[in-house]
Design a protein around this ligand. Sequence first.
Ligand code: AP5
Ligand code: MG
Length: 207
Amino acid sequence: MTGSIVLFGPPGAGKGTQAEIIVELTGKPQVSTGDMLRLAVSKGTDLGLEAKEYMESGMLVPDQVIIGLIEDRLSHSDASKGVLFDGFPRTIPQAEALSKIAQVEAVIAIEVPDEDIVNRIVGRRMDPENGEIYHISFKPPPPEVEGRLIQRKDDNEGTVRKRLSAYHEQTKPLGEWYREKGILTSVDGSGTIKEVSHSISMAVQNL
Ligand code: AP5
Ligand code: MG
């Protein structure tokens, strides 16, 4: 398959966690706009300065900024056989722009009820050395890495509720848009990490 795959879902659905297995199965590189933006914020680049306030207040970064970022990323040689998008596109204008520069072959939507999201987000911890994602209860970190783990600035209850509103208002309609195109596969994301990985592997193998 030479096209790209989109991993779609609300904040905390497990997109970053489950990207690993799809990368393993398809060999496509993961392209996470959230990770790219966080890197830009930490380096203090112009992009980072522009994105920071939106991200910390739980709002989407403007479409034109995101589209520019993706155009640049897709020009790298490792993207020539398609990529795995994580957290992009998030609006219909982003999806329309993407359709002009890349072929999306499949969209895998991870479905998780809102009531599970807050716990997942508030308990998330990240390892800044390798990007590994942990959860204090659902994926406890090994003791030797505990001291260096960080919490994302937008991972607090107030901001996650705003991120969820942004998802329902601006992103969820995009799921319907892809469903109408006949390329969306929904996966139940409410089970354990292992159960969801299993469902995702099946979905990828059926593509
Ligand atoms: P982004 O970084 O993409 O954040 P998000 O979409 O809110 O998603 P998350 O990364 O929070 O969750 P995830 O689905 O990856 O879950 P994870 O696997 O980590 O975007 C951040 C911000 O950047 C946005 O708010 C916006 O401002 C901006 N932005 C980014 N892209 C943009 C775009 N295209 N357009 C405009 N703005 C954009 O899992 C979460 C936690 O749950 C972890 O602790 C994990 O261990 C745990 N967990 C995972 N699966 C399970 C499970 N099955 N059971 C129990 N726990 C689980
Ligand atoms: Mg993520």
